[in-house]
Design a protein around this ligand. Structure first.
Ligand code: HEM
Length: 461
């Protein structure tokens, strides 16, 4: 006999939607976990949501024979722009996912991503040049600059197209439209449809933002068709690739939805990771010192090459530990393939109708795995050997299984390159030395009000 999952008191009709902060939903979920425990149930405007926050429960839900990814309520709104693109596709119902997945997996392999090194370098040098030119007095917004960088990197590497974000004051129009679209997608997911229908100005702006993004990808595709290139970038593979199983290629519609998907999924996340890396290193000078020693000893002031990727163990540990404490995608959602139970048979969950919110942000702090110092930034626990010995599904910043992140090798190479270049060239200091991490949340999380100064290294040869 299964037990009742703990649940907070709720309001008729909207259930618990009003209990979740709009600006930082993660904050409300952390508070609810403190009150209701590792597993609790919410009614989100009629949808049954089961929230979990331990490695043990995540391990159970990471069994692809019993559970599949479901599209979260926010991602369901993002589908208004990205449709059945890889990230937001409803699988197995939407067959385009399988075709696109099989065509694109080899394109994002670590081997193929090595071939993108020079384009990534081009963009990375745009960032370091900007920081050098602006000088040490200038108050830099790293989230904004990393957003420009990762956005340029994905457009250049995947589509051989330059948005020239570093030559625009403020955010690129695409990046601004996207940020507003994602924020509004999050808000819509918590509004009853009757209220949504009455918000005419908001809805018109949402449509306009969506069209800005779709027009960009359409223009890039049309330009490529008019001027074909020999370069075998991701766009080329999408336009010419054939699925080995069915023999069919991707339709223009599917290509555009996936271009948009890469632009969204491929830059918010890595940009967040890079900002969090700087934050954690600045708060932990000993980790910064060790990383700088590693970079100075192994690369020094010479140009980093593709053969340096994955050769700096402490840097890898810093990235892993940052992704543990500050996973840019803090939640993922799953649903059972059949009616089943959770927590070793204790609680019933129903096929399709139950959405399980896996709170990766909190799971990455599970004291049963990470101990009493789970909140501390300690890259040493992530060094090779220790990392592989962790219990399964303790660390899941890139999602899981067949719906796990296709861009992981891309992000991994890009993040290493950017951090090495920054360490080689600058002493980074916080604008406000007393700053403690605050978060802002859309589909991803990023540091809020975090500013730095980049001082050219005096000891540089
Ligand atoms: C999926 C995280 C970088 C493209 C995912 C998922 C996570 C994730 C957690 C699974 C989401 C879910 O289960 O709902 C990250 C992080 C990144 C990163 C932390 C950087 C640090 C990238 C990059 C790209 C990308 C650079 C593209 C070039 C995608 C796509 C999917 C995905 C297309 C959907 C895969 C599918 O379902 O077929 N990512 N990502 N990501 N990511 Fe990433």
């Amino acid at each position: 006999m299964s037990q009742v999952i703990p649940t907070p008191p709720s309001i008729p009709f909207i259930g618990h939607a009003a209990s979740i902060e709009k600006e930082l939903p993660l904050h409300s979920l952390i508070l609810l976990t403190k009150q209701y425990g590792d597993i609790f149930q919410l009614n989100m405007i009629g949808t049954k949501v089961v929230h979990i926050s331990t490695q043990k429960l995540l391990h159970e839900v990471s069994d692809e024979k019993r559970f599949r990814k479901t599209i979260s309520t926010t991602a369901w709104e993002v589908r208004n722009a990205t449709g059945d693109g890889l990230f937001t596709a409803d699988v197995p119902r939407e067959q385009n996912w399988f075709i696109a997945h099989r065509i694109l997996m080899p394109a994002f392999s670590a081997l193929n991503v090595r071939g993108m090194f020079d384009d990534m370098l081009d963009v990375t040098l745009q960032l370091t040049t900007k920081w050098e030119r602006f000088g040490p007095q200038y108050k830099l917004d790293p989230s904004q600059d990393f957003t420009a960088l990762t956005f340029e990197a994905i457009t250049l590497c995947a589509m051989s197209y330059r948005m020239n974000s570093f030559y625009i004051d403020g955010l690129h129009p695409f990046a601004r439209a996207m940020a507003d679209f994602l924020t509004e997608s999050g808000s819509r997911s918590m509004r009853p449809s009757i209220v949504q229908g009455m918000m005419r100005t908001t809805n018109a702006k949402y449509e306009a933002d969506k069209n800005v993004m779709l027009n960009y990808v359409n223009d890039i595709l049309q330009e490529r068709k008019a001027n074909p290139k020999d370069k075998k970038d991701i766009l080329y593979l999408m336009m010419t690739g054939k699925d080995k199983e069915t023999g069919v290629g991707m339709t223009d519609e599917s290509i555009k939805l996936n271009m948009l998907t890469f632009l969204i999924a491929g830059h918010e996340t890595t940009s967040g990771l890079l900002s969090f890396v700087l934050y954690h290193l600045l708060k932990n000078p000993e980790a910064m010192r060790k990383l700088r020693d590693e970079v100075d000893t192994n690369i020094g002031q010479r140009q980093m090459t593709v053969d340096d990727v994955n050769k700096l163990p402490y840097l890898i540990a810093v990235l892993r530990e940052t992704l543990r404490l500050s996973s840019p995608v803090p939640m993922r959602a799953a649903t059972p393939l059949e009616d089943t139970t959770l927590d070793g048979g204790k609680y019933a969950v129903e096929k399709d109708s139950t959405k399980i919110w896996c709170n990766v942000y909190q799971i990455h702090r599970d004291p049963a795995i990470w101990g009493p110092d789970a909140e501390e930034f300690k890259p040493e626990r992530m060094l090779d050997g220790k990392f592989e010995a962790l219990p399964p599904d303790s660390w899941q910043p890139f999602g899981f299984g067949m719906r796990g992140c296709i861009g992981r090798p891309f992000a991994w190479q890009e993040a290493q390159m950017v951090i090495v270049h920054i360490i080689q060239r600058f002493d980074i200091v916080m604008d406000d030395p007393t700053y403690d991490l605050k978060l802002k949340q859309t589909l991803t999380i990023k540091p809020k009000d975090f500013y730095i100064h980049a001082i050219p290294r005096k000891d540089k040869a």
